[in-house]
Design a protein. Structure first.
Length: 292
């Protein structure tokens, strides 16, 4: 179920589901959104402080519920990532999203909300840049421009390049996934979506290579990598190694874990903790050609 696309003058609510953030830190994002013809509202969590979190778990869930319940709010944009969404996900009234679909937007730690929404509501969500990164130095402005295009129902061009691990001619199916570390942490929980027959997207940041291998092996042994319609791998950014090298880079680790299954593979997709973080619709049907 695709939420309604946005029009000029629609209201976007910015909430913090994880790490704390101040209104000053979001001033640039507000200006960009308003310049694009949208109205912006801060959720109650913006400015709250609970150590590194934006208020208590109850406060963060309550804020998200408030925005989900408000018919004037057409999209809910996560302020920033970090850690904490898993602590509040069970306090969210997901029936609100089912009865009144609207875009919820974020990535990284926000993966738990994408996954839970996918499993329990059937409403599409948007894996995309978060407000804190809008206009930030080192970030490609196309990330924000493309996000607006998707929210307004326009077609977006994705720059894809050949990769040594790409396999197959095309990918077609329903897209799910997100941050590898977060997905791995959801194994056995009520938030872990069914991946069978889906195209899985994975990205990650700042992990030791042996941690990467552990997570891929965990997903594989749990049966989550078998029976996919395909795999898309985004940014595997700033990975770390030990003094004694693990011997494989992040992309080799992912490829080795899924090689035996034979489904189509696309590496180097421009999404994740990268300068260019293109928006992708989770729960949406996609079709793309795989460059060789």
């Amino acid at each position: 179920m695709l939420p309604p696309f946005l029009s000029h003058g629609d209201l976007v609510a910015i909430v913090a589901t994880a790490r704390k953030i101040t209104p000053v830190e979001l001033a640039g994002a507000v200006q960009l959104l308003e310049d694009a013809g949208l109205r912006v509202r801060f959720g109650d969590t913006i400015g709250l402080v609970n150590n590194q979190l934006a208020g208590s778990d109850v406060a963060r869930a309550t804020d998200l519920n408030k925005q989900l319940a408000d018919p004037e709010v057409k999209a809910i944009l996560c302020a920033r990532g970090g850690y904490g969404s898993v602590r509040m996900v069970d306090g969210v009234d997901w029936s609100l999203l089912k009865t009144q679909p609207k875009w919820i937007i974020g990535f990284s730690d926000f993966t738990v909300l994408h996954a839970h929404a996918h499993k329990h509501t059937g409403v599409a969500t948007l894996h995309a840049e978060m407000a804190f990164n809008f206009g930030k130095e080192g970030k490609d402005p196309l990330s924000f421009t493309a996000l607006l295009q998707v929210l307004q129902g326009h077609t977006v061009d994705y720059p894809l390049v050949p990769h040594r691990f790409n396999r197959g001619k095309s990918l077609q199916g329903e897209l799910v996934g997100g941050n590898l570390s977060v997905l791995y942490s959801l194994l056995g929980s009520s938030s872990m979506p069914d991946l069978k027959g889906k195209i899985l997207f994975l990205e990650d940041l700042d992990e030791y290579l042996y941690h990467m291998d552990r997570m891929m092996m965990g997903l594989k042994r749990a049966g989550k990598l078998e029976g996919l319609a395909g795999l898309i791998v985004g940014g595997m950014t700033d990975m770390k190694d030990n003094a004694i090298a693990f011997g494989r880079d992040a992309e080799q680790i992912v490829f080795d874990a899924v090689d035996e299954y034979g489904y189509p593979l696309l590496f180097g997709f421009p999404a994740g903790h990268t300068a260019l973080n293109m928006p992708i619709v989770f729960g949406g049907e996609i079709e793309l050609r795989i460059p060789q």
